[in-house]
Design a protein around this ligand. Structure first.
Ligand SMILES: NC(=O)c1ccc[n+]([C@@H]2O[C@H](COP(=O)([O-])OP(=O)(O)OC[C@H]3O[C@@H](n4cnc5c(N)ncnc54)[C@H](OP(=O)(O)O)[C@@H]3O)[C@@H](O)[C@H]2O)c1
Length: 233
């Protein structure tokens, strides 16, 4: 039998949350099997059932299975990290020995100042420069880290029948890893992949997530997005 590690599943760490669950819904709706992770395997199983109920009438949808964070990363070579910045270091330290060699780790984290008691409309600067660079310093050699999806609002993703209206700026140092992320972006109707350069560029990209939160509040909307104009293609 084909193992999950080779069947193209995506593992979503922190998948019971707003962003992880919403991304999981979109990918499963696009036919990509999702392994939904949590610190508590039971919580993940319950949330996976809730999400599957939303997909029941959709043809071509792939399954969402819930289990512990540790279990999901052992079964997928594409791992998406969707935990609050306050949990970033602890989560990666807990999982580093379980990541499969060759894994592409996609970090969605915006280092919001909430992590240190500040507002969600501001960010803090991690010592490494960005959350994604912090992640790269915490994972074993052979794991490629990309930063992506920080500007796609969970609320927009969760409206399955409406295409999102947002570019996805992808930062990373490995061309092959970025290719894997491109496929994940293209699986979400309305999302456009934009290569934003090396992982270091996440220093500029991540804080825009806080800007979008500020714009939501100022304009009393739920999920504004980001579009870059003037690019070829
Ligand atoms: N929400 C959005 O619209 C949005 C948009 C762009 C980017 N993001 C980024 O995506 C990430 C997740 O955001 P979210 O809104 O989904 O967050 P969330 O719902 O508050 O949390 C996501 C999951 O992280 C786990 N978690 C929470 N606190 C934790 C802790 N102290 N230690 C370990 N795990 C913890 C929880 O899973 P378990 O309890 O099941 O383990 C939770 O369900 C953040 O970094 C955020 O900046 C969010």
């Amino acid at each position: 039998m084909m193992s999950a590690a080779t069947d193209g599943s995506i593992a979503v760490v922190g998948g019971t949350g707003h962003q992880g669950s919403a991304l999981a819904l979109r990918w499963a709706a696009a036919g990509i099997p999702v392994l939904l992770g949590s610190r508590d395997g039971n919580r993940a199983r319950v949330q996976a059932q809730v999400l599957m109920a939303r997909l029941v009438a959709r043809s071509g949808a792939a399954p969402i299975a819930g289990m512990s964070n540790d279990e999901v990363v052992q079964q997928a070579r594409r791992v998406v990290l969707t935990v609050p910045f306050a949990a970033h270091v602890r989560t990666l330290r807990a999982l580093r020995d379980s990541l499969l060699p060759g894994t592409v780790l996609v970090d969605v984290t915006v280092p919001l100042a909430v992590a240190v008691g500040g507002p969600a409309t501001q960010t803090i600067t991690p010592w490494a420069g960005s959350a994604a660079e912090q992640a790269a310093g915490l994972v074993p050699e052979g794991i490629s880290v990309c930063a992506a999806f920080q500007h796609l609002a969970a609320g927009a993703l969760a409206e399955l029948d409406t295409p999102v209206d947002c570019d996805v700026l992808v930062c990373g140092d490995m061309r092959e890893a970025k290719g894997a992320v491109r496929l994940l972006v293209q699986a979400i109707p309305g999302a456009r992949y934009v290569d934003a350069g090396p992982l270091e560029r996440a220093r500029l990209v991540e804080p825009l997530g806080a800007l979008l939160i500020a714009l939501n509040l100022r304009h009393k909307v739920d999920h504004c997005g980001l579009r870059i104009t003037g690019l070829p293609g």
